[in-house]
Design a protein. Structure first.
Length: 272
């Protein structure tokens, strides 16, 4: 698995992680399948698991499944605060840590910039005390990119999470470069456009030239485009399917497309 450096610490992070929106919002009956997903992820070298209180039962599922795995402490756990008010935020973050069964959270993020000016000082206090290792902010729309840029330029943060894909490339205009210039690691959400990219290529074979450069699945086609950008730290596609997670993880191995090949990927997809 290719790794990228978290600028604020020098720690190396595998480029493919796991999102849990919808896919981990399940009851215990679905745990065996999700345990297989996490086991395959661990075996392939992936570590980052991203969640949020907004994702229903996802934090509980992560805590219940991972705590029973020998590799529990090998994962990089990330969640978010998603409420207004200082005390409400503290209580929600405490609840998240209990649900995920962590005494120390790797990354705590402010979800969709909700009341971020209130929560950020508290995140800094928790980081200083050692309760969390990294702090960050998130959003999922192109319209948020300008505000994210302003915040990571003005405030000292470890991570910024935002949307980016081969067909939604607004982050290439400024945000990715601004993050790199300010030493902020990036987490990429919506890499498959909420699944719409797979719909666009449904039933179509991969172009032969893609296989020649190590792209063996549509997931790799879409993900390798993203992680080829040097300012991308980790991509977090959400899945609860063991076969799909393996396709995703394989995209983090081998060679990455150069600028010319990335353009070729864009052009080919535009003509499908």
């Amino acid at each position: 698995m290719i790794k990228r450096i978290i600028p604020s610490s020098g720690e190396a992070l595998p480029v493919i992680g796991l999102g849990t929106w919808q896919t981990f919002d399940v009851t215990g009956n679905a745990y065996p399948g999700l345990k297989e997903v996490l086991t395959k992820m661990h075996t392939a070298g992936g570590t980052l698991i991203d969640s949020s209180p907004m994702y229903g039962r996802s934090e509980n599922a992560i805590g219940d499944i991972c705590s029973a795995m020998p590799a529990a402490d090998d994962f990089f756990y990330a969640t978010k605060v998603w409420t207004t008010g200082l005390q409400q935020g503290i209580e929600q973050m405490e609840s998240s840590m209990q649900k995920m069964q962590r005494t120390r959270m790797d990354l705590m993020q402010i979800h969709n910039l909700t009341d971020w000016k209130t929560h950020l000082p508290q995140l800094r206090r928790w980081k200083e005390s050692g309760k969390i290792r990294y702090i960050g902010i998130t959003h999922y729309t192109d319209a948020s990119h300008e505000e994210l840029e302003k915040i990571i330029t003005a405030e000292k943060l470890d991570f910024v999470q935002f949307n980016y894909s081969i067909t939604a490339r607004n982050a290439e205009k400024r945000l990715l470069n601004v993050a790199a210039a300010n030493g902020v690691a990036t987490l990429i959400n919506r890499p498959f456009g909420e699944g719409k990219l797979f719909g666009a290529v449904n039933g179509k074979p991969l172009p032969a030239w893609a296989k020649e450069i190590g792209i063996e699945s549509w997931a790799a086609f879409f993900l390798k485009y993203i992680i080829a950008h040097p300012a991308v730290t980790c991509v977090i596609p959400a899945t609860g399917n063991p076969a799909h997670v393996m396709d995703n993880l394989k995209a983090g191995e081998g060679i990455l497309p150069d600028d010319g090949t990335r353009k070729k990927l864009i052009d080919w997809l535009a003509n499908v």
